[in-house]
Unconditional design. Structure first.
Length: 468
């Protein structure tokens, strides 16, 4: 459960997060990121689209008329800080919990008490539930009646995509606000403030060392959009600095050698990166493909998963425009399995470059999808008799195999017979492009179809040569 000051029910059931305001001055040993928690909306950085003057969420907060809402954003973007600012300005009772620690039974008790206070004292209750995605379906369902009746105003915070992690019923009863990664400017502003703010390093004795502008930019870049990480790095750099010397970018580089790369193997960012890799390959952008490949592999992605995606790309986006693409992708898969990381990275990079620079065709993909759509459409005609095998005398007597023409018996190596069912005669599923090797295949396909058509017409009215 979150850090709260009072007992579960204290008459009016008002709770505020501990450690804000004056309490911060009494606890100088707290981490810098905690001491620098915003106390006003103006202190929050990097979310002007939501909290700037006149923006929808800002108007709801200023008017103290919040509906139930979800805050979705990456770690360190300010979700909890925003909720705690709301706690300081709302006239409602405010309760803060973590979904990791609070149980359904305790939450139901709180909900019931909130409903009683709403009816008897006309007091609203806002419940902030951090990491709401950690609640399972049953736990999320338990919130529905209270939210739906308006007995509580729920503020849920999640780092995971609500489309996947939040029940559709609960999602439909809340307003979703998307919070962004903090950009370099926002993080640099946050770091400058922490150096001078009495709650931050500005209140420390001895005073923190001076930081050059390039040092703050280096810290902002290393934080990768996470305000908490930026402040932790600043605190570490200040503690490790040589007294009397200005901290510059070189000093930061020495301190930060192997920073963690933002990458959640089970979360949305994983799928964002693999999507970016595939689309970069499709768009023939080798530089972007190598970049996204490196982001995944350097952060610990399974090289065989990446190899599987490259293999899919080889068939879906290159196809017969360059048949060697599939060979390259499978060879990279075998190399990755044989070598393991980090050596496998080069084999995967080679396949990436080949796929990115290969001519593109999705004709195989589109052709299969068209055929599959026809199959799923419903009534599928039986296989024509002349294509059926006839291993028994009975099947032969029923016409199985009758009229079958063996392609190799024709000098052209092609028989004039139709292979699709009569109801689908002349349907076209595969439409080759004019790119790469597939252009040659397209020319051959045109000749085959023309030749078959001529043979069919000639069968009805033989030419002089055929009569001879």
């Amino acid at each position: 459960m979150g850090r709260m000051e009072d007992d579960l029910f204290d008459g009016e059931m008002t709770r505020r997060p501990a450690g804000d305001g004056e309490a911060a001055d009494a606890m100088p040993d707290r981490p810098l990121a905690d001491r620098m928690r915003p106390q006003r909306l103006e202190d929050l950085v990097g979310q002007d689209d939501l909290l700037g003057p006149g923006r929808p969420l800002r108007r709801l907060i200023d008017g103290d008329t919040l509906p139930s809402l979800l805050l979705w954003g990456p770690p360190g973007c300010g979700k909890t800080s925003l909720a705690r600012v709301i706690a300081g300005v709302t006239a409602a009772n405010f309760l803060e919990y973590s979904a990791v620690q609070v149980g359904s039974r305790e939450l139901k008790l709180v909900m019931a008490e909130a409903a009683r206070l709403r009816r008897s004292l006309k007091r609203r209750t806002i419940i902030f539930l951090d990491e709401i995605h950690r609640f399972n379906k049953a736990q999320q369902d338990a919130l529905l009646p209270w939210v739906e009746k308006g007995d509580v105003t729920l503020i849920g915070a999640t780092t995971e995509n609500p489309s996947f992690e939040i029940n559709a019923a609960l999602l439909s009863r809340t307003r979703l606000f998307v919070m962004k990664l903090l950009d370099e400017a926002a993080l640099t502003d946050l770091l400058r403030r922490a150096l001078t703010d009495p709650r931050g390093l500005g209140g420390d004795r001895p005073a923190p060392p001076p930081f050059a502008d390039d040092a703050l930019r280096s810290l902002a870049l290393a934080a990768d959009g996470d305000g908490r990480v930026a402040l932790n790095l600043l605190e570490m750099a200040a503690a490790a600095a040589t007294p009397g010397e200005t901290v510059d970018a070189a000093a930061i580089a020495r301190m930060i050698r192997d920073r963690a790369i933002r990458f959640d193997k089970a979360g949305e960012e994983f799928y964002n990166l693999i999507s970016a890799l595939h689309k970069s390959l499709r768009n023939s952008d080798p530089d972007a493909a190598l970049y996204y490949l490196a982001r995944m592999l350097e952060a610990g992605a399974d090289p065989l998963y990446v190899a599987r995606r490259l293999t899919r790309c080889a068939s879906e986006d290159v196809g017969l425009a360059d048949p060697q693409a599939l060979v390259q992708a499978l060879a990279a898969r075998d190399a990755a399995q044989f070598l393991g990381m980090p050596e496998a990275a080069l084999a995967l990079a080679q396949a990436c470059l080949y796929l990115a620079l290969a001519p593109k065709s999705n004709a195989a993909y589109a052709g299969y999808e068209a055929a599959a759509a026809e199959v799923r459409h419903g009534l599928n005609p039986p296989v024509p008799l002349h294509l059926r095998n006839a291993p028994t005398r009975l099947m032969g007597s029923l016409g199985y195999g009758e009229g079958y023409a063996y392609a190799h018996d024709d000098p052209a190596g092609v028989a004039a017979m139709d292979c699709l069912p009569e109801a689908l005669r002349d349907r076209r599923f595969y439409a080759p492009t004019a790119r790469g090797f597939e252009a040659r295949l397209g020319e051959r396909l045109v000749k085959i179809r023309d030749w078959k058509q001529q043979r069919r017409e000639g069968a009805a009215q033989p030419t002089k040569d055929e009569e001879a």
